[in-house]
Ligand binder design. Structure first.
Ligand code: OOG
Ligand code: NI
Length: 269
């Protein structure tokens, strides 16, 4: 039986948005560049987690399902050792949730990750406010560095925890721009470098989805022993094309997502 949500799903998204802006001053600046026509619509957000009992994609998705979201599709990213699902709601943005295949990492990394996740009160995970709660464990810089050696994604989750790693401007809803190339030029002219992995534009009209993303801005983060400046969150831009039935494509493209993940890679910055 599902419990009644304490907040509306709109309020949950507003809280996620405030958390994202507070952490990422660049995201606010980019949003302000686009909001002038009051036509910024959020296409989707994405979460990341460690695939361990109680913290899997399905656990994180629980409050979304209670708010009327449905699971749509699964994805596998063999090389990055990730799996993911996306969820859709009749009126709200899409949600993409991925998890690290912890069992595929070295024994050392698995032990370090389990030391982090053992600190989580798993009863909190399925609650709405977990979606903007940040890091639920203490983290020393050595652990961050050690995880970074094996997976940029693992280090990101260790440092930032549970919050959207990006919001996405729907290009379809912008009056000022018609193509993703125009959006990319505008973003770059305003001083925000793009993720160029696989080219600035990921996907083609043939895949019904074109995407680009900024490189995550670096922010100063407190670990338990020291402060470090590390890549945080990014902003994405998505242009969707109509399917044969006239409706806009509403999914994700695994090959493009594979490149979008690299927007938080410090080696790319
Ligand atoms: C999510 C990457 C996938 C997309 O739009 O394809 C994605 C992530 O970086 O966590 O958001
Ligand atoms: Ni995305």
């Amino acid at each position: 039986m599902s419990t009644t949500p304490k907040q509306s799903i709109e309020q949950v998204f507003d809280n996620m948005w405030q958390d994202y802006l507070a952490l990422n001053p660049d995201a606010l600046k980019i949003y302000q560049l686009f909001e002038k026509n009051n036509d910024v619509v959020n296409d989707h957000v994405a979460f990341r987690t460690f695939g361990l009992p109680g913290l899997r994609v399905e656990d994180i998705a629980q409050p979304l399902l209670e708010a009327g979201y449905e699971e749509v599709q699964s994805y596998d990213f063999e090389k990055k050792k990730l799996r993911a699902k996306h969820y859709a709601h009749p009126t709200m943005p899409l949600v993409f949730i991925s998890e690290l295949k912890v069992e595929e990492f070295s024994r050392d990394a698995q032990i370090l990750i389990k030391q982090l996740t053992s600190q989580v009160d798993l009863n909190r995970v399925k609650s709405q406010d977990f979606l903007y709660s940040g890091r639920p464990w203490t983290l020393v810089s050595d652990v961050y560095d050690r995880l970074l050696e094996e997976s940029e994604y693992a280090a990101w989750v260790a440092a930032f925890g549970y919050r959207p790693n990006h919001f996405t401007v729907s290009i379809n809803n912008l009056q000022q721009f018609k193509t993703i190339e125009q959006v990319n030029e505008f973003v770059k002219q305003n001083g925000f470098p793009l993720n160029t992995s696989g080219g600035e534009v990921k996907g083609t009209p043939d895949t019904y989805l074109e995407q680009s993303a900024t490189l995550a801005n670096s922010v100063e983060i407190s670990f338990s022993d020291t402060k470090r400046t590390i890549p945080s969150c990014f902003y994405e831009f998505a242009l969707r094309y109509p399917l044969a039935n006239g409706e806009l494509f509403k999914g994700f493209i695994a090959a493009s997502a594979d490149k979008i993940f690299e927007s938080t890679d410090s080696k790319a910055a």
